[in-house]
Design a protein around this ligand. Sequence first.
Ligand code: SF4
Ligand code: SF4
Length: 303
Amino acid sequence: MSQDDTFKFELPHSSPVEPTRLELDDKLKFRCHRGVSCWNRCCSRADVTLAPYDILRMKDALGMDTTEFLKQHTVPFELDMHSVPGLKLRTDDEGACLFMGKEGCSVYDNRPTACRYYPSGLLSMKSISEATDERHFLLIKEDHCKGHDEDQIQTIGEYRKAQGVEEYDDLNHEWYQIILKKKSTGPSIGKPSDMSLQMFFMASYDMDRFRRFVMSDSFIKMYDLSDDEYAELEKDDIALMKFGFRLMKQVFFGELTIKEREGAWEERIKERKEILEFRKQAEIAAHQKREEEARNASIDDKE
Ligand code: SF4
Ligand code: SF4
C-alpha cells in the first residue's frame, strides 16, 4: 500500500505514547493480574472508543436499552475531520472509568474491544485501490503499566484469543470497513449531509431507535423484506446490527444488497415535494396574515 492513498482506523486506549506496529505472529511480553502494583491504573485514566458490538454487549449486561446506555455511559466525539460521530465511554471528572471498582472492571466479561486489546490495539488500514482493509496491531508501552515486566510471552494472535477479542473484531469488521471507506471517499464528495450522519449514528450505536426506524411504515414502504427477515430484525440485535451495516453501505456507497420496492423512491420524492409545497404555502399564508395585522394596527393608531 502506498502511504498517499492509505486510510487508517485505530482502536487503542488514547495515549501520548507512540505505538509500535505489530503483526499477528509477533511476540508480546505481558501479563495483567490483580497482583501487579499498577492494578486499575489504566482504567483510572480511561479513554475508550466504542464500536457497535461493544455497545450491544454492555447494554445487555446492564439490562438497559441502547438509548439509555448512550445517555448514561457515553460521550460523543468526532471520528474524523468530516464530523463522523464516534462515542467514548463516559468517565468521572478525573478521567476514571465509571465501571472501575476496587475488584477491577465491573463489566469485565462484556468489556469493550479497546479494553480487551490493551496494551495492544487494532490498526485497520485500507488503500483507495483495495476492496478491503489490512489488519495490523499496535503496542502501546506506557511507563505506568507494569504488566510489561511480567514473564509471560505470547503472540499477538494468542493474546487476542485469550482476551476474547476475535469475536468482537469479526462482528465489528464491516463497521471498520464503512469508516475506512467513508474516510477515503470523504474529501471527494465533501462533508456528509446531516441526514447521513444521523443515519450513521443510529445504525452504529442506537440499535433500539434503529429498530423502531426499520419497523416503521415509511421504511416498510421503501424496502422489500420478507416477513421472516422483519421477524428476525425485530428480536435479534446482532442481525439488526449487521443489517444496519448493509443499509449504510447501500445508502452511503450505493452497494445494493437490500431490495427496494419498485417506485418507492419516486413516491418518497413526490411526498417530500408535497410536504415542502405545503410548508411553503403555510409560510406564505402566515406572512400575509402578519402583514394584514400590521396594516390593521397602523389604521387603528391613525384613528
Ligand atoms: S470498561 Fe472496564 S476495562 Fe474498560 S476502562 Fe472501564 S473499568 Fe477498565
Ligand atoms: S498491568 Fe497494565 S493493563 Fe494491567 S492493571 Fe496495570 S496498567 Fe492496567
